[in-house]
Ligand binder design. Structure first.
Ligand SMILES: Cc1ncc(COP(=O)(O)O)c(C=O)c1O
Length: 407
């Protein structure tokens, strides 16, 4: 495949790091990706040249305003949004989700129903569970043993009482990509809002909110090679109906009405640079075309590695690999497994000692680990593939697991 990973790796200064005499292998992308030099430079440049608060009558403040609005435009291009006015920023996805939940709670009446799922990260469950304080009834959709949503149960839970369906685009623990087109159709027919957690999906696939048409979609830039910034897409016109918490001087207009306090302007400069970086992987006339092409290439490369990892690990008799098959956009390149007789936290620690940075545990997707009955054995070991990972790193993971198993 035409993907020169060695060349792309040169963009990331942190990949030079070693653990003892072993090169660090960053297989922790689902927890946060490494940052390319262009993003680091954009953040530094902001502090060197334009550092100021927003909306002031002098040049550095005007530049700050421009950076914020340019970042909205870049994020609109990344997500396929019709306008930058659909894009709001916050500290991280979780904080934005709680702020949105508080705003939506004022539109909730006792007896309204809310659907969340067992496959989701707690950040896409906890905020909507707070709606129970307003009398909402919360339902959580089961996960099947191979890590998919029980769609029949989801459908059966939907009714005229359903106010909100919160669902992940892709599971951060098993990689499962959910059938959001169907869930969109069902939730719209029920008159419910659909809230999508795209945190794990956005680093691996092109996103198109215009086709998907969610009411709200959230993602987080530190998972796609940027700094720590949360991003909220809202369907045009909808945020104006949400009664957000606001200070008196704060704009009540979209997209500002959910942005409390001073944004992290330097980080936003980095988010813009991260979108440009991803677009740099693609070709096309427009930024959007380059993004779609770039993300498609990145996905193809990552999926091949993830598939290989899955096959290699599955060949080890004491290893169980979880989740559904790869291909046709069904799964993000995230592979979770357990080793018979070993605690997953301990396995991750041993790999870490060899410079293989993987996670062990529940990664805040606690219901997934509970559904699989793995709470007492340390949850899952998760290997996340990002665009800078290599086949050699995958081989090292498999060798290391095999060594752990030697008596
Ligand atoms: C799927 C998913 N949703 C939500 C979050 C929370 O994102 P943030 O750290 O930006 O609040 C994460 C973080 O790991 C995640 O993986």
């Amino acid at each position: 495949m035409n993907f020169d990973v060695e060349r792309h790796r040169l963009d990331f200064p942190s990949l030079q790091r070693k653990v003892g005499d072993q090169p660090a292998a960053y297989l922790d992308g689902p927890g946060g990706t490494q940052v390319p030099r262009s993003v680091i430079a954009a953040i530094a440049r902001y502090y060197e040249t334009s550092n100021a608060n927003a909306h002031g009558p002098f040049v550095t403040s005007e530049e700050t305003d421009r950076i914020v609005e340019q970042t909205r435009e870049r994020m609109a291009a990344l997500l396929g949004a019709p306008s930058p006015a659909c894009i709001s920023f916050g500290a991280n996805m979780t904080s934005l989700a709680f702020a949105l939940a508080r705003g939506l709670s004022r539109l909730i009446a006792p007896g309204d129903e809310v659907i969340i799922t067992d496959l989701d990260h707690e950040a896409n469950r906890g905020p909507w569970q707070t709606l129970a304080e307003r009398g909402a009834v919360i339902h959580s959709v089961r996960m099947t043993p191979d890590g998919q949503l029980d769609m029949a149960q989801l459908q059966s839970l939907l009714s005229a009482k359903t106010k909100l369906v919160a669902v992940g685009y892709s599971s951060n623990s098993l990689g499962t990509v959910n059938d959001l087109a169907t869930i969109r159709e069902w939730s719209r027919a029920a008159g419910a809002w659909m809230i999508v957690d795209a945190v794990h999906y956005a680093p691996h696939f092109p996103v198109d909110v215009t086709t998907l048409d969610p009411d709200f979609l959230l993602c987080s830039a530190y998972k796609f090679y940027g700094p720590h910034v949360g991003i909220l897409y809202t369907r045009p016109g909808l945020l104006d109906q949400v009664q957000t918490d606001r200070l008196r001087p704060q704009s009540a207009e979209s997209p500002y009405r959910i942005e409390t306090g001073t944004l992290n302007f330097a980080a936003l400069a980095g988010v813009s640079a991260a979108v440009d970086y991803l677009a740099g992987y693609g070709e096309g006339e427009t930024l959007r075309e380059r993004i779609i092409h770039g993300m498609t290439r990145i996905h193809a490369y990552e999926e091949e590695l993830a598939r290989h990892l899955c096959e290699q690990l599955s060949a080890i008799p004491q290893v169980t690999v979880y989740g559904q098959r790869f291909g046709a956009g069904l799964r993000a390149p995230t592979v979770s497994f357990t080793v018979a007789g070993a605690d997953s936290g301990e396995v991750a620690k041993r790999l870490g000692e060899q410079g293989l940075f993987v996670w062990g545990g529940h990664f805040y997707a606690m219901r997934v680990v509970e559904s699989l009955g793995l709470e007492k054995t340390g949850g899952l070991v998760r290997v996340g593939i990002s665009l800078y990972n290599t086949r050699e790193e995958i081989e090292r993971v498999c060798q290391c697991v095999e060594e752990l198993l030697r008596p």
